[in-house]
Design a protein around this ligand. Structure first.
Ligand code: PGA
Length: 263
């Protein structure tokens, strides 16, 4: 019987200088090659655009199947090509070896004014180019404290996912990102149940199981408890993905969580 995949996705953001990024990718890949995690563990590294090609070269130099360790980008432009100075299309990402792309991260929603509608266009573009979109959703602290988290999440799911969405959703409460705070087990369980209930309504089918990840201050210490929550299929890791050892510790922690068969 096959086991459901567990994703460990590292989002380097704009934080690793070129040589450091390549060394980090090399260290992670070498360690995974020396002690391969079970096949249901899917590791994805998402470096800045400028490092995609170099990191891809390193990942493929090692003897690991693509689905075990893959390359992802942190954004793409909605149009396939055209006069868009400074932008990068989904197709260009695939040409550099990317299989995944993070879309709608809260830092892009906030710093670049990305709306759900724009994110949905990006999802379409990414899917058309053959990329797997990882769409981030999550409420701000004030929205949570005012009891509006459920409607925010419902709006983001409705607005940023396409009807035929085939990708990954990452629940990242904005207040947990980079803060060292993670939601309690109970709160996360509640949010996950809500997201799991909202997804089939948006997709208009019960048949597709969309992997849902948790992100926000993930370390190896919380990984087992995060992954033990019903409906969590992996973690999206920021700061802790910038050191080989801490990222590898998270991968190992994910390995130790008993895995379920796909539902
Ligand atoms: P963090 O970032 O792990 O540093 O909180 C997570 C993210 O922004 O994806």
């Amino acid at each position: 019987m096959s086991t459901a995949p567990k994703f460990v996705i590292g989002n380097w953001k704009m934080q690793a200088q070129h040589e450091r990024g390549l060394t980090l990718a090399g260290d992670v890949t070498k360690a995974l090659e020396d002690t391969p995690p079970p096949s249901h563990i899917r590791t994805v590294i998402c470096p800045p655009y400028t490092q995609l090609s170099g990191v891809n070269h390193i990942l493929r130099k090692h003897d690991l199947p693509t689905e075990r360790i893959s390359l992802g980008a942190q954004d793409c432009y909605p149009a396939p090509s055209g006069p868009f100075t400074g932008d990068i299309s989904a197709k260009m990402l695939t040409e550099l070896g990317a299989r995944y792309v993070i879309l709608g991260h809260s830092e892009r929603r906030q710093n670049h004014g990305e709306t759900d509608a724009v994110i949905r266009q990006k999802v379409k573009a990414a899917t058309a180019a053959g990329l797997i979109p990882i769409v981030c959703i999550g409420e701000h602290l004030a929205e949570r404290n005012e009891g509006r988290a459920a409607s925010v999440l419902a709006g983001q799911i409705e607005g940023s996912l396409t009807r035929g969405f085939r990708g990954i959703v990452a629940y990242e409460p904005v207040w947990a990102i980079g803060s060292g705070i993670t939601p309690s087990h109970e709160e996360l369980q509640r949010k996950l149940s809500l997201i799991r209930a909202l997804l089939p309504m948006r997709l208009m089918t019960d048949d597709i199981r969309v992997p849902v990840l948790y992100g926000g201050s993930v370390t190896s210490v919380q990984t087992p408890s995060l992954l033990s929550i019903d409906g969590v299929d992996g973690v999206l890791v920021g700061s802790a993905s910038l050191e080989a050892q801490s990222f590898l510790d998270i991968i190992r922690a994910a390995t130790e969580v008993p895995s379920s068969s796909p539902s």
